[in-house]
Design a binder for this molecule. Structure first.
Ligand SMILES: [Zn+2]
Length: 464
């Protein structure tokens, strides 16, 4: 995948640019509340049976807000702990709740200093700090975090709570025999899907900023479609995209964004759609509507954040040899030391210097495919002949060994020994949804795909 043409580099300048752009009125948010209303109405009218859709218990506040749908979704977020426990502890009676004392950790604080300030003994500090692995987290307390203490009438520690991160709390309690015990309470973040869309005027990044789509979400979008769309070459003014992704909340406070659930990209009038699906075995990935994998068995580009400096051709002027030669690969200009990744699963069959190619790695993928990576500065640790590699694994670093004018990766893609253009060759696909799961796939993905239908309407209206 290649993000060069997108301004997708997360440098300071582009972040500043985004912030400035965000300050200007975003063009494509005007109709959002209406669209969200339409989406939820559609969901209600069509009576989706998806079992994971349930109205969130939000008390009196059951109206739709512009920014989120009030439907709690139980979704497989990697960071959400599976065993969510109630947040209210049986041990805390109402009267005791008022006696909790909260300490906000300041720079330089330690558990010992905090305990000492609260007149707790050194032996208590020791007992807590050495209790078990769960309380080890207290050695790494950070400024801004909170520790809650509950003391008894004699000023002895009865209970203590510490939140090492937003989704968990370590609860420490003193038993009747005066010994301490701890347990971890995990909180599940509430996931609310939102729909956003944008139209590209100059770059995907700016379109995303105008549509109030966070940077990490747009990076995910580019990687989902990166197999089909070369974002450095294929993007056109007027290209359009819609994304359904989760916003994760804790106690009604937005914590961060979650996974993209479904997305559509209209590139040069060609529609690409992807939806996230987790099969009953727990394997999740992106698929198109018919269940074909969005991933291919090969990455389109083995170097991220690069620029194509020379394309595949049958005839070109060779700057070093000063004569006409065909170029049987693609050159990616990148700074020396940029990681080079195996474009597919396979086995290294060559790792060493190879004439004008300089330091070269050749990977065999199954029986038909071979990829070549030339002019390397150095090899990655363990990238030796005979070693198996996974797609995306770093095998070496960009350099200019062999006949090269400057640092770049020379990349070749061979099918049955014949050189093919890596930019245009039809890449074999990764495994589709297993046929026995297809009905499950349709049932689970229908809701998110229906949210994308909103964009279809808009496209028609705007005479794209
Ligand atoms: Zn080359």
């Amino acid at each position: 995948m290649n993000f060069q043409g997108l301004d997708l580099k997360s440098d300071h300048k582009s972040r500043k640019l985004i912030r400035r752009r965000l300050a200007t009125p975003p063009k494509f948010r005007v109709n959002l509340p209406i669209k969200l209303l339409t989406a939820s109405t559609a969901v209600l009218l069509l009576g989706f049976s998806a079992s994971n859709w349930q109205p969130a218990a939000k008390g009196a506040d059951s109206t739709l807000k512009s920014e989120r749908l009030h439907y709690a979704l139980v979704l497989p977020e990697a960071t959400v702990m599976p065993q969510a426990l109630p947040t209210t502890e049986a041990e805390e009676t109402t009267s005791e709740e008022n006696n909790w004392h909260t300490v906000t950790i300041k720079s330089g604080d330690t558990l010992a200093s905090i305990f000492s300030k609260n007149e707790l003994s050194a032996s208590t500090t020791h007992a807590i700090a050495t209790l078990n692995d769960q309380t080890k987290a207290l050695r790494y307390i950070r400024p801004g975090q909170k520790i809650h203490l509950l003391l008894d009438d004699q000023g002895q520690l009865r209970q203590m709570k510490y939140e090492p991160d937003i989704t968990s709390t370590v609860l420490i309690q003193r038993a009747e025999d005066q010994s301490f015990h701890s347990r971890i309470i995990n909180y599940q973040l509430d996931a609310y899907p939102v729909y956003r869309e944008g139209v590209i005027e100059s770059s995907l990044f700016e379109a995303a900023a105008s549509a109030d789509i966070p940077e990490n979400v747009i990076m995910d979008l580019a990687s989902i479609f990166g197999w089909d769309i070369d974002f450095s070459l294929d993007i056109r003014k007027g290209d359009k995209f819609g994304i359904v992704y989760n916003e994760l909340y804790k106690d009604d406070v937005k914590i961060r964004t979650g996974r993209i659930l479904a997305a559509e990209f209209i590139n040069n009038r060609k529609h690409y759609r992807a939806v996230y699906y987790t099969d009953p075995k727990g394997n999740g990935d992106y698929f198109d509507e018919s269940g074909r994998s969005m991933r291919k068995a090969f990455l389109r580009s083995p170097v991220e954040f690069s620029r194509i400096s020379s394309k595949f051709s049958n005839k070109r002027w060779h700057p070093v040899l000063s004569k006409w030669r065909s170029h049987k690969g693609v050159d990616y200009a990148a700074s020396r030391g940029t990681p080079v990744r195996a474009s597919g699963d396979g086995k290294i069959v060559h790792s060493g210097t190879k004439g004008g190619y300089g330091r070269t790695i050749i990977i065999q993928h199954g029986s038909r495919y071979t990829t070549v990576y030339g002019h390397l500065h150095r090899y990655a640790k363990g990238a030796r002949s005979g070693r198996k590699v996974k797609q995306g694994q770093i095998i070496g670093y960009v350099g200019s060994s062999g006949l090269a004018t400057g640092p770049h990766l020379h990349y070749e893609f061979r099918v049955n020994g014949v050189h093919r253009n890596p930019l245009t060759v039809r890449l074999p696909e990764a495994k589709p949804v297993h046929s026995t799961y297809l009905s499950h796939f349709r049932e689970k993905t229908r809701v998110y795909l229906s949210m994308l239908e909103l964009m279809e309407t808009t496209v028609a209206e705007s005479q794209y």
